[in-house]
Ligand binder design. Structure first.
Ligand code: HEC
Length: 434
């Protein structure tokens, strides 16, 4: 593989890998559900508000929806902490590299999220102030929605880039990483999922007994509102399948496996009955309507869990080679460290054996690397030191105990706290006499 292998020192995991993987899948699914409700909710509030220009009841609905968005956005953020930390831990070299490669945009997530949240609050809390300037209000909603739609694209670009180290050398910032094959179709797949899951959420939410009371519609019937969301849920499901197929067809081959393909087919098949029930809800006369909502939800929850597992499976397959290469590099590095340590010990032993003059072996072990007999190397030569400290071994010992910084063009000498006073006296004598 022709990819950068960034890690050589070992980075042990704080918990068993399998446990972290399960936690990642579960915490990510919880997070992404609230992200879907936040993104989709913002989009629906905008759509309903525009529709409300003609049919005022939709404006009331837009306001109600907006109240869910601010709650779901807080949950999305809080629930996002765990998966972000786990992905940083499990895929440290890969995720670090991809985050750094799109660094500017990755950092921009923070101000973008802040602005999006503030716009959402302005949109919601000052609803009545904007009564006479709906264009401005809708403009704010549109900007907020655009930000909510854009931020996931940054995340998606990052987690996609992390999977493909072979692209790292050629990536120049966010745009080029975003234009790598298969990011944009994955993003469309995500957006249709956001519309789908928020539609389902609003179908449930408008079906509660309390909703009729809350909404205070003058003409609109709840059944019409639910059909409105069913229409979106149905369309989004079809879009999910189509974009899903495109994503699948364009996924780089190294992550493909039969297990992954079967999981995807299983996930797709789990959602199929839901399509049928949704179609019935859209086409049957009101009095025959048997909403089947729980069954529909059951299908989609099953599908999303299977897809979550499949997604993880693909990631592991894609990165398998890279992880092996990193593990090898770490092993080689550690072997080299061990070898060097052993060689140094052997050399020290050999010197010890030979030493007959007091201080000689200590000098060779601790000082000779920087102090050559006649030539200045890292430090001054022994000749020079002798000249400075004629008849003053204590001076050498004192300097070595707390070396100062003397020569402007040289590095400073390290301290030697492990050398005892006796040894130091021997070294100093040896230095002066030989
Ligand atoms: C990592 C390299 C290094 C090692 C190992 C080292 N020295 Fe030095 N030593 C230096 C450097 C660099 C200087 C010059 C520092 C300066 O001038 O600021 C120096 C300077 C000296 C001087 C001259 C001080 C002066 O007054 O000019 C003495 C004496 C000396 N070292 C003794 C020792 C002894 C004894 C040992 C072993 C216990 C030792 N050094 C090990 C780097 C080293």
């Amino acid at each position: 593989m022709n990819a950068p292998i960034p890690r050589d020192i070992p980075l042990p995991l704080p918990a068993p890998e399998g446990l972290l993987e399960v936690l990642l899948i579960v915490s990510f699914l919880v997070h992404i559900v609230f992200v879907h409700l936040m993104v989709g909710g913002s989009l629906f509030s905008l759509i309903c508000q525009i529709r409300g220009l003609k049919t005022p009841d939709y404006e009331k609905l837009a306001y109600r929806i907006m109240q869910t968005v601010t709650v779901n956005k807080s949950l999305a953020v809080v629930m996002g902490v765990a998966p972000l930390l786990i992905i940083n831990t499990l895929y440290a070299p890969q995720f670090y590299a991809s985050s750094a490669l799109i660094g500017d945009m990755w950092m921009a997530v923070i101000p973008l999220v802040t602005v999006a949240f503030l716009l959402a609050y302005v949109h919601k809390f000052w609803w009545n102030h904007f009564i006479n300037i709906p264009e401005l209000h809708i403009g704010i909603a549109a900007l907020e929605t655009a930000l909510f739609l854009f931020i996931p694209l940054i995340f998606m670009t990052n987690v996609n880039l992390m999977l493909f180290p072979e692209y790292w050398p050629q990536v120049k910032g966010f745009i080029s990483a975003m234009l790598l094959p298969n990011v944009l179709q994955r993003y469309l797949h995500f957006i249709s999922a956001a519309v789908l899951f928020s539609s389902l959420f609003f179908i449930w939410w408008t079906g509660r007994k309390a909703f009729l009371q809350e909404a205070q519609f003058s003409k609109l019937r709840v059944i019409d509102v639910r059909r409105f969301f069913y229409a979106f849920a149905f369309g989004a499901t079809i879009l999910q399948i189509l974009t899903g197929l495109v994503v699948f067809a364009t996924l780089p081959a190294q992550g493909m496996s039969w297990g992954f393909t079967l999981l995807l087919m299983l996930g797709g098949a789990t959602a199929l009955p839901a399509i049928w029930w949704m179609w019935q809800n859209l086409t049957r006369p009101d009095h025959l309507l048997d909403d089947n909502f729980k069954k529909i939800m059951g299908c989609f929850v099953g599908a999303i869990i299977i897809m979550g597992i499949a997604r993880h499976d693909y990631r592991e397959n894609t990165l398998a080679d890279h992880k092996t290469a990193i593990a090898e590099k770490t092993a080689n590095y550690m072997a080299a460290v061990k070898e060097a340590g052993e060689a140094a010990q052997l050399a020290a032993k050999a010197l010890e054996g030979k030493a007959t003059i007091p201080g000689e072996s200590e000098f060779n072990q601790n000082c000779a690397a920087c102090h050559h007999a006649t030539l200045p190397t890292v430090g001054p030569s022994v000749q020079e030191i002798k000249a400075i400290y004629v008849g003053d071994p204590a001076g050498i010992a004192a300097w070595t105990k707390s070396p100062g910084k003397k020569r402007a063009d040289s590095m400073s000498m390290p301290g030697f706290p492990h050398i005892s006073d006796d040894e130091l006296a021997a070294i100093s004598q040896y230095l002066l006499n030989h």
